[in-house]
Ligand binder design. Structure first.
Ligand code: SDX
Length: 392
């Protein structure tokens, strides 16, 4: 079944795109990347393998993976002038505000990979974005805590390089913890791509005009930031912390069900999944493993598990088919690793850049691709004549 996405808001206009990248069955809770189930990829492959799979048609063999990983590692550094760009932000700027700015600014540094008509340049731009996102994300974090930027160390793995640039300091040797490295890699895989979600559709729409890939990814980052989308991981952990204790859960469940209360359970519900988000299952399992092995007992995790149990038995959530999504447990792991909540959506954007560039490449490579132009159902006034100011 080719993944055919048809959006019909209930009237004439439909916008559809065909894609071979990701298939979701929302009722069955199935997510496949080029046919491979997400739980198998998350537990048996690496983020570099999944990145290769999404950018090409097949999983790489050992030689292809080595070459791809080496290619990505050649692009991990950013132009030195970009570092000064960070210093223009207030120290308390939200890291997602910084990422929107600096990723868009990449288009002013890499003119040799903005010609979208050249497949070779498109792939160089894609490799640059995948390679530089961890460096930029780590720089956004370092800037927020007033520590010096660290250059990439290409002897490390993709997640290991990111962890060292984020948590390492020049004064000490940073040892990458294999457990954290594996958890980070798995979290990246779980966020890599997800069909035509809001931010991916933003990247496709921006790209359909011929905009350069760096600007398109910056547009995707801006869209992902919203609390209804990628910003939900930050909002979910803040909500769990606000609940604080299992005995306060009923109060929040009641608020979530109250039509007059704008409060929603963050990390619950989905536009497509009307069953358990398969990524949430792997995320909960990973949270268990990481907290156990780190010896972390985070009361927030107990609140999350208790909240899930209560909600899944509540008629409101059952009738409306609301289940935990990818954002419900991710914050528990990221917090245990040491990330502040303000970095959660940055990590989502870091990983989703693989899906965004793969979807962008797939669209641009289509010779029949046209500029996106959603239509509307006009419900405003019918035609009427102008009324001069002195007659109003
Ligand atoms: C992501 O699209 C993707 O693929 C996105 C994503 C990806 O990988 O790219 O999966 C990532 O964005 C996951 C979603 C993260 N967002 C949140 O966790 C925020 C909390 N969830 C919601 O705000 C909500 O569930 C949405 C935005 C995700 C979906 O909202 P919809 O489209 O309104 O959901 P729906 O149509 O299924 O809602 C059915 C009913 C509605 O009530 P009624 O109008 O029928 O009375 O359920 C209610 C909603 O109000 N509802 C909730 C709820 N989510 C939906 N009620 C309480 N708590 C919630 N979380």
């Amino acid at each position: 079944q080719r993944g055919v996405f048809t959006y019909d808001p209930g009237f004439t206009s439909t916008a559809s795109c065909e894609s071979k990248l990701t298939y979701i069955d929302g009722d069955a809770g199935v997510l496949l990347h080029r046919g491979y189930p997400i739980d198998q990829l998350a537990e048996q492959s690496t983020f570099m393998e999944v990145a290769y799979l999404l950018l090409n048609d097949e999983l790489p063999n050992a030689e292809e993976l080595d070459r791809f990983t080496y290619t990505i590692s050649r692009h991990t550094m950013v132009h030195e002038q970009l570092a000064t760009f960070f210093r223009g932000f207030r120290r308390d700027a939200h890291p997602m505000a910084i990422m929107c700015g600096v990723v868009g600014a990449l288009s002013s540094f890499y003119h040799d990979s903005t010609d979208i008509t050249d497949p070779r340049q498109r792939m160089i731009a894609s490799h640059r974005l995948i390679a530089k996102m961890p460096t930029l994300a780590a720089m956004a974090y370092k800037y927020s805590v007033g520590q010096p930027f660290l250059y990439p160390d290409n002897t490390l793995s993709y997640p290991g390089n990111f962890l060292r640039m984020t948590f390492g300091v020049p004064a000490e040797k940073y040892e990458v913890d294999p457990l954290i490295e594996q958890a980070m890699d798995r979290i990246f895989i779980l966020h890599a791509d997800h069909e035509q979600n809001a931010s991916t559709s933003t990247v496709r729409l921006a790209g359909s005009s011929g905009a350069n890939p760096f600007a398109c990814i910056a547009a995707g980052i801006a869209c992902l930031w919203g609390p209804a989308h990628g910003g939900a991981n930050e909002a979910a952990l803040n909500m769990l912390r606000e609940i604080g204790r299992p005995e306060r859960i009923p109060e929040y469940i009641a608020r979530a069900k109250d039509k007059d209360d704008p409060f929603r359970l963050m990390g619950f519900g989905h536009r497509v999944y009307k069953n358990y988000d398969p990524r949430a299952k792997v995320m909960q399992k990973t949270a268990n493993e990481v907290l156990d092995k780190l010896g972390v007992t985070d009361p927030v995790f107990d609140v999350a598990r208790e909240l899930e149990q209560i909600a899944l038995k509540d008629d409101y959530f059952v009738e409306k088919k609301l289940y935990p999504n990818v954002d419900f447990y991710s914050g528990v792991i990221l917090s245990a690793i040491g990330f502040p909540t303000s970095m959660f959506t940055v990590l989502f954007a870091l990983a989703r850049t693989v899906g965004w560039v793969a979807q962008w490449n797939e669209m641009i490579a289509d010779p029949d691709q046209k500029i996106g132009r959603p239509r509307q159902l006009y419900v405003g006034p019918t035609q009427r004549d102008y009324v001069p100011l002195d007659k109003r």
